[in-house]
Ligand binder design. Structure first.
Ligand code: ADP
Ligand code: MG
Length: 689
């Protein structure tokens, strides 16, 4: 007897033979098979008559096999299978190459469906290598929409259709954890029915209903998870940080610039959050250069006024150091003690020498340092804090519950610190809700006043020399240049080859008299730091780097961002590169070198020329490439959807409110054991006790 947990190899001898390949597709058990969804359907309901076919059509026809035979083609030395198919309106010729077994499968006199492209051949029409399906088989299982699955070599759609249809009845054993009340209210299919319809839809309408239900499942589970985290945080305690309004106002007035409205609003939200006795969990989102740092600075200062500690975590050591230096400057009139802790350095402001590691750690645990700046690795180190109340994380979206707990254990106080994550990645609100429902959101949408718009230009091959001349002039005026190059090949993950090649070209051929430096992932931290330092001090004029160029580096004197092979980067990434310049009163430029002649590429890049709004650009990018590509698969916290998409705005909203209902106290989970189990499972997966 087969069950949902049975191995797929038990389904049939063919399944057994293919089990290794199926495993590659993530299919091990029968349940996996049921949950392996088609990515599209061949619509056999829109059959075309043979007499209506025109060359170029991609269609399905239904007809009788009048003739089928195989022969070896003498010219190309391949096996040709030719057939003549007819329906009541006409006749068409069909050709397949190198599929000798076809003659055994398709018999004269049989009725079959054929899907593929129609071509003109001499004076008649022909279909070349169409997909075929016997009429009888299809009507028994597939109705008129035939599922098309993502495949690996050796496994065909027919295999999958066969395996799935033979175990489809087992779906009855899957428990639907959505209550009948919810299903009725939302007008959703039962899970069992949805599973049947997703594989073998009766019609278009049922297919859409099945997709809706299954998408909802995925989105709903994520919402449940976020809300469980949110609730969990509400139930835990953190130090209440009093908003020292007078002192903060004074500090803000002492700044060399006026805060923008969005900076003011975000700071306000954060300061109020931290007055509560449960941990803040907020994401501060703002384009590069929008001034996120100062917002975190205000928050950390307020914590210091409360005699508690903050940790500021940067993504790289170079950035940690840069941040440390700018904090020292900003706080020079305050009695705040700031420390830098990286793999190589432990020091305080206005100190040239390192303190001994042990002494430094003692200072932290004694509470003699108010703000500790370091990399994300800070939390993994053997640091004990006296009273860590706030953690600021730059350029990371999400912080795991696990890491949070770890951090709170590092502090004597046993409270969970407040969390502020900052990111320059623009994530539209609906997407945010879909992914990070547990994080409150503040957005800095407006740029500080007086920034000049960066002039962005797509550079065609013929304009290369002219652009080099322009860049040379900028350098002669004392300005500096970033050059970003794409990876030459897959194996060049650290960019050694591409950076070196570009560097040599610029150094030897294009700008022989200019001091140029290269930066790639293979270099040691100290080496990188030295290069960045030289660039910061304007000793080198051009910095050649890969896309890994330290995000967030602040080189106000750089006015040119030159990007080689720009067609190979995503729009959001290009926008991030562009944000490295234009950080001063000088006019800045972004040159997108484009070697591709494709109009599509041109059109895509044009989006950058037309817009400097990161959200706009991200939206376009998402439409073109999908979230995995845009935000990077490695970005923690980006779930991989099987069927849902981030564009399912309405469903995301529904899933969100349904999750709230379910978790609200008026829902009696005892009456819904399936749902209760699901929630327990989620909690378990999150290591919540
Ligand atoms: P990001 O959001 O990319 O982290 P930063 O915080 O590094 O941006 O700020 C970029 C630059 O803008 C810094 O040099 C900062 O001093 C400056 N800046 C921040 N806020 C303002 C403001 N309101 N007016 C003028 N300049 C500002
Ligand atoms: Mg920053």
């Amino acid at each position: 007897m087969l069950t949902l947990d049975s191995k797929v190899l038990e389904v049939s001898p063919i399944a057994k033979r293919l089990s290794a390949r199926l495993k590659k597709m993530g299919i091990i058990t029968i349940l996996d098979l049921l949950n392996y969804f088609p990515f599209r359907y061949d619509d056999f309901s829109k059959l075309k008559k043979i007499k209506d076919l025109i060359p170029g059509d991609i269609i399905t026809i239904k007809g009788r096999v009048d003739l089928i035979e195989t022969r070896r083609s003498p010219v190309q030395r391949r096996i040709l299978t030719e057939a003549v198919i007819s329906d009541e309106s006409g006749t068409i010729k069909v050709v397949w190459f190198n599929q000798p077994f076809l003659i055994k499968n398709i018999r004269q006199g049989e009725n079959i469906y054929l899907s593929g492209k129609v071509e003109a051949s001499y004076k008649t029409l022909q279909m070349t290598s169409p997909e075929y399906e016997k009429v009888k088989k299809i009507t028994s299982t597939a109705g008129r929409f035939a599922p098309v699955y993502p495949l690996v070599a050796g496994v065909t759609n027919k295999h999958l259709r066969f395996f799935i249809s033979s175990i489809l009845s087992l779906r009855k054993n899957i428990k639907d954890w959505l209550s009948s009340e919810s299903k009725q209210r939302l007008n959703f299919l039962d899970l069992q029915e949805a599973l049947k319809q997703i594989h073998f839809p009766d019609n278009k309408e049922m297919l859409i209903k099945a997709q809706t239900r299954l998408k909802f499942n995925e989105l709903f589970l994520i919402q449940l998870q976020s809300q469980i985290i949110k609730k969990k945080l509400k139930d835990s305690s953190s130090s209440k940080i009093t908003f020292e309004e007078e002192k903060i106002k004074k500090f803000v007035q002492s700044l060399p610039f006026k805060l923008t409205n969005d900076q003011r609003k975000s700071s306000w939200a954060i300061l109020l959050d931290m007055q509560k006795d449960y941990p803040m969990n907020r994401l501060l989102e703002g384009d590069v250069g929008s001034g996120k740092t100062i917002v975190s600075v205000i928050a950390m200062l307020n914590v210091a006024y409360n005699k508690q500690q903050s940790a500021y975590m940067a993504p790289t050591e170079i950035l940690a150091k840069q941040q440390f230096n700018s904090l020292c400057k900003l706080y020079k009139n305050e009695k705040v003690k700031i420390g830098l802790l990286t793999r190589t350095e432990q020091k305080m402001c206005s100190m040239d020498e390192n303190i001994k590691k042990k002494d430094f750690l003692n200072k932290i645990s004694a509470g003699e340092i108010d703000i500790i700046v370091g990399t994300h690795a800070l939390i993994q180190k053997s640091i004990e804090f006296k009273n860590l109340a706030l953690v600021v994380i730059d350029e990371q979206h999400r912080f795991g519950v696990e890491q949070r707990k770890e951090l709170s254990e590092k502090s004597e106080t046993q409270t969970i610190p407040h969390f502020l994550s900052m990111t320059a990645t623009p994530i539209p609100r609906s997407l945010h809700l879909a992914l990070f429902g547990d994080l409150d959101l503040s957005i800095i949408a407006e740029m500080p006043k007086g920034r000049k718009k960066i002039i962005t230009k797509i550079i065609e091959p013929v304009e290369r020399q002219e652009t080099y001349n322009f860049i040379l002039n900028q350098i002669k005026e004392g300005k500096q240049v970033f050059v970003i190059c794409p990876l030459i090949n897959e194996s060049d993950k650290l960019g050694v080859k591409s950076v070196t090649a570009e560097y040599e070209k610029l150094d030897k051929k294009i700008f022989p008299k200019i001091k140029i430096a290269a930066l790639h992932g293979k270099m040691k931290t100290e080496e990188k730091e030295e290069i960045m330092q030289d660039f910061l001090e304007n000793k080198t004029k051009i910095l050649v780097a890969t896309s890994v160029v330290e995000v967030g580096v602040d080189i106000p004197n750089a006015t040119v961002m030159m990007i080689e092979g720009s067609e190979r980067f995503g729009l959001s990434q290009l926008h991030q590169f562009r944000g490295r310049v234009g950080r001063s009163e000088y006019q800045s430029y972004c040159f997108l070198f484009n070697d591709s002649a494709s109009e599509k590429v041109e059109e895509r890049l044009q989006a950058l020329v037309d817009s400097d709004d990161g959200f706009q650009i991200a939206k376009r990018d998402l439409e073109l490439r999908g979230p995995g590509e845009v935000y990077g698969k490695s970005q923690s916290g980006f779930p991989e959807f099987k069927i849902a998409s981030f564009f399912d705005h309405e469903l995301i909203e529904k899933a969100n409110s349904e999750a709230s209902r379910v978790l609200s106290s008026d829902m009696d989970l005892e009456n819904h054991p399936e749902l209760k189990n699901k929630i327990e499972e989620l909690k378990e997966a999150m290591h919540l006790e």
